[in-house]
Design a protein around this ligand. Structure first.
Ligand code: F6R
Ligand code: MG
Ligand code: MG
Length: 366
């Protein structure tokens, strides 16, 4: 059934790196574009891009969220791109496709999914954040600042339409549970959870009248696959303006890099560096982790853009700060807090080493 509402779906995957885990080859982007173009009228519009070794399919349509048609299209597109990656012997071809066959919804099958359905406003600015070498919890800090921190978002204080605050849906990735917080009333309670960003992630944010304002990818591949399969390199969609945070309020948390987990071997803490798409190839120690922000104006579902928002020299200082922090962390080498605690490490020799050392441990006594 044709709906009046528009759905914005961002589905992403790493289906092969060029070179190593650093980038996506143009041949894959081209293949993905062709696949989405061939879909004809299923999509209203689409844009294919990449951040580091991850490819994002940004699609608008009228099928609603969790549409089998759209998910199948994304899956088939990634499969087609994997074939190209295999032919070119690109690195880790098909890395994020955890299953051989599509089963109705790409959730749980490897690709990351962020989708929202809404009535397009008279003018509809949206920002799509795409990160590489980090995990979904990376959005907790900026999302809290954007939608709950009056020192970041002036509108929370001075825009009557935002003064009531927002609703936050938080997911517990270990227990597979969700909880809704109402802010600012539960300001301190939510922080107890989302400060532990490896476990609790903000899935979505709503206005107090129930309008969707933001949605992120929350799957953790390593938890799903039970073995190392790379970090999840999340995406985040945020709607802007007219009663929602302004574009500049949405970008402001990135003016000073925060620390996220990921980087080399998905096992290190480091700064999240805001970059333009052209600067999104992580090379130093496979990083540092980075984030690209693409702005679009929707026009009857058409994607007018992208505006590459972190290309602004106003973010040069954030980049310098990130590089200074990167130097600082790198000096620690294999020591925490650069290296993640053992239970968070994706590559770990711990079981093997402990097996070898087991018999050499003696009681210390009193
Ligand atoms: C992190 C990442 C890279 C790889 C590293 C080793 O998410 O993708 O840092 O972990 O390059 O990769 P392999 O084990 O494929 O040689
Ligand atoms: Mg990769
Ligand atoms: Mg990646």
């Amino acid at each position: 059934m044709e709906r009046s509402k528009i759905t914005l779906s961002v589905i992403k995957a790493d289906v092969g790196g060029w070179v190593g885990h650093s980038g996506v080859h143009a041949a894959l982007i081209e293949r993905a574009r062709q696949s989405l173009a061939d879909a004809g009228e299923i999509l209203v519009d689409f844009h294919v891009t990449s951040c580091g070794d991850d490819m994002q399919l940004i699609m608008t349509h009228r099928q609603g969220v969790d549409s089998e048609t759209i998910h199948r299209l994304a899956w088939d597109t990634f499969v087609a791109c994997t074939a190209v990656a295999k032919k070119m012997k690109l690195y880790g071809a098909g890395q994020d496709l955890l299953s051989d066959a599509f089963s109705g919804n790409v959730k749980g099958m490897g690709p990351g999914v962020a989708e929202m359905e809404f009535e397009e406003r008279p003018s509809e600015p949206v920002i799509i954040f795409m990160a590489d070498k980090t995990e979904p919890g990376a959005w907790n800090f900026p999302l809290f600042k954007i939608f709950a921190d009056p020192f970041n978002t002036a509108g929370l204080v001075i825009d009557p339409k935002m003064h009531a605050g927002f609703l936050f849906e938080v997911h517990d990735l270990y227990e597979n549970k969700k909880i809704l917080f109402s802010l600012p009333e539960e300001y301190y309670d939510i922080l107890v959870l989302i400060g532990a960003a490896g476990r609790y992630t903000i899935k979505s944010v709503y206005t107090k009248t129930g309008e969707i304002a933001s949605v992120s990818t929350t799957q953790r591949l390593n938890l799903m696959a039970g073995r190392y399969v790379g970090k999840d390199d999340p995406v985040l969609i945020v709607r802007a303006q007219s009663g929602l945070p302004a574009v500049g309020e949405i970008l402001e948390p990135f003016a000073h890099p925060h620390i996220v987990s990921g980087w080399m071997r998905g096992s290190h803490n480091g700064p999240l560096m805001p970059v333009s798409q052209a600067q999104s190839t992580p090379t130093r120690f496979d990083g540092p982790p980075r984030v690209v922000a693409f702005g679009f104006q929707l026009c009857d579902g058409r994607l007018i853009g992208p505006q590459d928002l972190f290309r602004d020299p106003a973010f040069d200082r954030a980049r310098s700060e990130a590089l200074e922090l990167a130097d600082f962390f790198r000096r620690l080498g294999p020591f925490e807090p650069h290296r993640l605690p053992l239970d968070e490490m994706e590559y770990t020799t711990m079981p093997e080493v402990m097996k070898r050392l087991k018999d050499r441990f003696e009681d210390i006594g009193d």
